[in-house]
Design a protein around this ligand. Structure first.
Ligand code: SF4
Length: 165
């Protein structure tokens, strides 16, 4: 199976602070699957390092703003679209994205106040991929899936990732 993966989870220093967030469990999936690195923010022309961004609601519209007040919504939308195109080109049926990110967050994101508070929601790219029928998990959800699969089927948790998702 081909899996699109947030590049920062694979060790690329593309996060806002220039760091990576390699995830051991996700990297291990590369033994059985083809992992395709994607970074919606890089695709949108946002180069690391840069101020952190969060999604906020202004006049009933979702906007992506950075901590210095710049509106980066257009770049995030463009990056999400490019990522979707790459995912389609590569024929990925699953994406594993970085939790809580304004691009990649899958179910919980920061609330737009830069205070560390989480709210239900999706990053821009995660929302787009989901709306186009691509299954999305974040690395925390992957850990849960793998743990459940390992308990049920010892020895082949990775192969059951798709089933568990
Ligand atoms: Fe990682 Fe996604 Fe942020 Fe890129 S946009 S740095 S892949 S969380």
């Amino acid at each position: 199976m081909k899996i699109a993966v947030s590049a920062c989870l694979l060790g690329v220093g593309c996060r806002y602070d220039g760091a990576a967030k390699p995830c051991e469990e996700v990297l291990a999936l590369g033994e059985e699957h083809v992992l395709i690195p994607v970074c919606p923010e890089t695709d949108g022309g946002i180069r690391a390092p840069h101020p952190p961004n969060e999604i906020a609601t202004f006049e009933r519209a979702l906007r992506v703003m950075d901590a210095e007040g710049a509106d980066n919504t257009d770049a995030f939308l463009a990056g999400a679209q490019k990522t979707l195109e790459r995912v389609r080109e590569e024929d990925c049926t699953l994406a594993i994205f970085k939790a809580k990110s304004p691009s990649c967050g899958n179910g919980r994101i920061y609330d737009g106040t830069f205070t560390g508070r989480l709210v239900p929601g999706y990053g821009v790219a995660a929302r787009l991929l989901r709306s186009e029928g691509i299954r999305v998990l974040d690395e925390q959800q992957v850990r849960v899936c793998l743990a459940v699969s390992a308990a049920r089927h010892p020895g082949m948790p990775a192969a059951l990732l798709a089933e568990a998702s």
